[in-house]
Design a protein around this ligand. Structure first.
Ligand code: HXC
Length: 258
């Protein structure tokens, strides 16, 4: 049982809902600690293939908890940032995919949480931004690093320096989100993506995530070798033989996760 998040597993999907709606789901230490635990559960549970992260009420997450942060001194703040990084890396580098279903405000640490997920599906009501400079600080849960990697340096600098809030259509245009749907279709769309992933060869999905994540910051030469090794390793699985045999026999594959 958690205090600040809801965790539920259904049909091989783990639903993680940030549940502090009165504070627009602001991230305090408890939320971050519980997220770390939930991410470990996703990784360890053989019945879970994909996780969906969303927010309760009208926000996804409106940022790190300003009331907790206001009186922090340097070392305490650094520890808080480190906790945020630990939580978001537990998602980003989780062996299983995480989908952000962004239902409303995704600001500061909320935008950073969505960026730690593998991809983002947004409601038309979603709003994104990195408003930290309004508070006299800079992003501290990965925003200065993940945002430029996702949207390019120029747009990341524009968003971080101006603190401008952008709507879902603009987030889609700049590549921050991958799909935008009406609010009432958000969870169905996220589940559709989750079910598509679940229908694929399990080991191939895990290997694709690792190949992309760890290869992304390598030089192209090393990254190519890293991909070749990972792709080659797939040929040691029973599912590779099954996938290719099923194709040639014109029937659906039956995955064994072996
Ligand atoms: C703590 C927050 C909060 C936050 C909202 N609330 N955001 N509490 N931390 N980040 C609380 C409000 O104080 C208020 O509490 C309640 O949620 C509802 O918010 P309102 O402001 O009344 O709602 P509204 O007028 O609709 O405005 C929504 C909003 C605004 C535009 C999202 O709340 C806002 O600007 N929030 C802060 C956004 C932000 O700056 N995020 C970045 C934080 S720094 P009460 O008790 O009054 O009802 C950050 C850094 C991450 O994330 C890394 C560390 C450096």
């Amino acid at each position: 049982m958690y205090e600040t998040i809801l965790y539920e597993v259904k049909d091989q999907i783990a639903y993680i809902t940030i549940n502090r709606p009165k504070a627009l789901n602001a991230l305090n230490s408890t939320v971050l600690t519980e997220l770390i635990d939930a991410a470990a559960k996703v990784e360890a549970d053989p019945d879970v293939r994909v996780a969906i992260v969303t927010g309760e009420g009208r926000a996804f997450v409106a940022g790190a908890d300003i009331s907790q942060m206001r009186d922090m001194e340097t070392m305490e703040a650094k520890d808080f940032m480190a906790l945020g990084h630990k939580a978001f890396n537990a998602i980003d580098f989780n062996k299983k995919p995480f989908i952000a279903a962004v239902n409303g405000f995704a600001l500061g640490g909320g935008c950073e949480l969505s960026m730690a997920c593998d991809f983002r599906i947004a409601s038309e009501k979603a709003k994104f931004g990195q408003p930290e400079v309004n508070l006299g600080i800079i992003p501290g849960f990965g925003g200065t690093q993940r945002l430029p990697r996702l949207v390019g340096k120029g747009m990341a600098k524009y968003m971080i320096y101006t603190a401008e809030m952008i709507d879902a259509a603009e987030a889609l245009r700049i590549g921050l989100v991958q799909k935008v749907v009406p609010a009432e279709e958000l969870m169905a769309e996220a589940e559709k993506a989750a079910k598509l992933i679940i229908s694929k060869a399990p080991i191939a999905i895990l290997t694709a995530k690792a190949a992309i994540n760890y290869g992304y910051d390598m030089d192209m030469h090393s990254a190519s070798e890293w991909e070749a090794l990972n792709s080659g390793a797939g040929f040691s699985t029973e599912d590779q033989k099954e996938g290719m045999t099923a194709f040639l026999e014109k029937r659906p594959a039956v995955w064994k996760n072996k």
